[in-house]
Design a protein around this ligand. Sequence first.
Ligand code: PEP
Length: 260
Amino acid sequence: MGRDRVMGAERTPLIAGNWKMYKTEAQSEGYIQALLPRVSSVSGVDIAVCVPYTDLRAMVDSARGSRVEVYAQNMHHEPQGAFTGEISALMLSELDVAGVVLGHSERRQLFGETDKALALKVPAALEAGIAPILCVGESEEERDEGETERKLRHQIGEDLAGVRDERLAEVTIAYEPIWAIGTGRVATPEQAQEAIAFVRALVGGRSPAAAEQVRILYGGSVKPDNAAELLELPDVDGALVGGASLEAESFAAIVAAAQS
Ligand code: PEP
């Protein structure tokens, strides 16, 4: 690895909380009322909460006018059709949902999400005005075998194949080493910087301008006490936060770390 950092871009950090399958609609209401006052004076940081489908409408209504945006955690690429159990980008956009997480490793590993499907989903989200966060990352075995770069190259190449170069910078990429998700084993700053610089260089292989602008987040056991050292890394433009996003206080502390 060890690619040169792309210099000169002003990228607003994004702190996105991934609730996974936690919080009913009633529970989400208490959360947003606790979060909003804690982040009301934050500037220079974008904030998103990625919530279960059933919480979307209430969360969008409660967060309206605040700096917190509401994202979904998956979507189908077709606007409608005979796809039982699926939700489309059109359905999300009508609810004023701002974005969507795509290709989270839990969806890839547990629900058979494929790169082929993601190659359709990412452009479909962009077309519908839904900001995609595309998750990529290697397993522990792949890292141990020196396969990290190959895996990242494969995922970035396949999953973004349907996105035109002019729109690449509208995708947020989250580098999430699978071995760090939900394990408490955070990547070292060196590992995070190296992998994220590599992902940026991959985007640069298609469009140097997009590489400067594209936001690349780190995800994997980010907590209030390790956020600052990750967020200050030159190529890290924010964080995708799972467990620590479930409490408004710890999520707000990570947002504050991004601000400073
Ligand atoms: C995630 O769900 O994307 C994640 C990074 O989880 P955690 O922060 O709990 O590791």
